[in-house]
Design a binder for this molecule. Structure first.
Ligand code: SAH
Length: 250
């Protein structure tokens, strides 16, 4: 049976996933706890990604080499860049770019040297299935979130977007930097700190990859506001519900 790797960016997300796995066993590799078990009848290995490109790439490599996962799904939060990517929306990546990669003038800006590309595509079928699960979950937020969180974060009609996510080793939290990213990468829907690195590792191993991110902030001067509460009360609940919905119907 296919083994599914689940990488969560946040402790709260992983805790929710582990609570849904009836039989998980801890295996410690490279200072990380990998949780091997089942969810909705599937073989699953769940792990905290850790933050930043290198840490997440190491975690992904262990999932692929040691645990032989046949598909890898990343869940987490991200800052919204495109004007329509609002807090509480979910972005399912179709492709990812490392926004801090710059080996120019030797290589074009953003291109990863020796890969001949800047953009790492996600697996279309996997991403479609996750987007369908996300649409299902977001069609009725009240089923997954508390009334207070819906009111405080204005989550009355959240939307699912599919498109480009950009990653880099920086928490983008100024309007100036957010605008600079939008100018240089106009297709980017959202920014985070791991996805493009994990996509690159998955390409190396020829394993399907998908990434689902809840928009937690607008990557602007207010980006720190209530971040932890949002992760706890919104993002981690969406991640759990989307993964559960997807695995149930897989
Ligand atoms: N307090 C958190 C740290 C969050 S770091 C903790 O202790 O776990 C930010 C995380 O959210 C990273 O995983 C990153 O991928 C994502 N993220 C959310 N908003 C972001 C933004 N505006 N810029 C970059 N990454 C962002």
């Amino acid at each position: 049976m296919a083994v599914i790797g689940i990488m969560s960016a946040m402790h709260e997300e992983l805790a929710a996933v582990l609570a849904a796995m009836p039989d998980e066993q801890r295996v410690r590799v490279a200072g990380r706890d990998f949780w091997v078990g089942h969810w909705h009848g599937h073989d699953v290995v769940a792990v905290l990604s850790r933050i930043g490109k290198v840490a997440a790439a190491t975690t992904a490599t262990v999932l692929l080499e040691r645990f032989k996962v046949d598909a890898l799904v990343f869940t987490g939060a991200a800052g919204g860049l495109a004007p329509h990517a609002q807090v509480g929306d979910v972005v399912v990546a179709t492709g990812l770019v490392q926004h801090d990669m710059d080996a120019s003038p030797l290589f074009p800006r953003y291109e990863v040297p020796l890969y001949g590309r800047a953009r790492f595509d996600t697996d279309p079928a996997l991403s479609e299935a996750l987007a369908a699960a996300a649409s299902q979950v977001l069609s009725d937020p009240a089923q997954h979130l508390g009334a207070q969180a819906i009111a405080d974060f204005h989550l009355l009609s959240p939307r699912v977007h599919q498109g480009l996510i950009v990653s880099g080793d920086r928490f983008v939290s100024t309007t100036a930097e957010s605008q600079a990213l939008q100018r240089s990468l106009p297709d980017a829907l959202a920014v985070e700190m791991e996805g493009a690195a994990v996509a690159q590792v998955c390409l190396d191993y020829g394993v399907p990859f998908a990434a689902v991110r809840t928009i937690s902030d607008r990557a602007d001067d207010d980006a720190h506001t209530d971040f932890n509460r949002f992760i706890r009360e919104v993002a981690s609940r969406y991640s759990l519900a989307i993964l559960s919905q997807w695995l149930m119907h897989r």
